[in-house]
Design a protein around this ligand. Structure first.
Ligand code: GLN
Length: 188
């Protein structure tokens, strides 16, 4: 099994390391032709969603990537990856891939509390460590969306069809639980 990790900008290496710890091969998606590398799932990493969205278009990867996910390719978006998948961004910014029925609020915790870690319940996994870095949260969501984790009354992880998103960074913790959840529940 192979998972494609979007590697245009941001924390993609940490995802590759986590995948390798659970015995899953990864392939970096850096240009259009990488979208034909024969993988069974995709990870959209944290970083800067505006930069990633711009690069996706400039490198002519936008349509191919969106098409694969729209057709059912399993995808796991962390932080900026959540923002890329959201159908709506709060504050009137333009959405990017616009595939998941959520409205994401960017940099939602303000400057002071921009980055923090906590323990929180993740549906089916129990308590896990959640690391937030200038993170978004899910402000609104549609009927088909299942919320998997809530911190301070805000939805920070969710799933809908073939899509899994977390506002936090499981790839920056010791635990491989969320990656295993993605592989077991979505890819296998
Ligand atoms: N603040 C970033 C954005 O808006 C997301 C931060 C992250 O991915 N750690 O894209």
């Amino acid at each position: 099994m192979k998972v494609g990790v979007l590697a245009l900008q941001g924390a993609f290496i940490e995802h590759e390391k986590t995948l390798s710890r659970i015995g899953v091969e990864s392939v970096e998606l850096r240009q259009e032709r990488d979208l034909h590398a024969g993988y069974q799932g995709i990870i959209l990493c944290g970083g800067e969603s505006t930069v990633q969205g711009k690069l996706l278009r400039e490198l002519h990867m936008y349509d191919g990537l969106k098409g694969q996910i729209a057709e059912g390719m399993p995808v796991f978006g962390t932080c900026a990856g959540l923002i890329l998948l959201a159908k709506e961004l709060c504050g009137g910014e333009n959405a990017h891939l616009s595939l998941m029925d959520i409205a994401a609020k960017r940099n939602a915790y303000g400057r002071q509390l921009g980055s923090f870690a906590c323990e929180a319940e993740f549906s089916g996994l129990g308590k896990i460590q959640e690391v937030f870095i200038r993170a978004p949260y899910i402000e609104k969501f549609g009927e088909g969306v299942e919320i998997l984790s809530v911190v301070d009354g805000k939805a920070v992880a969710a799933r809908q069809k073939n899509m899994l998103v977390t506002a936090f960074h499981p790839e920056l913790t010791e635990s491989t639980a969320v990656h295993e959840y993605f592989i077991n529940e979505f890819v296998l």
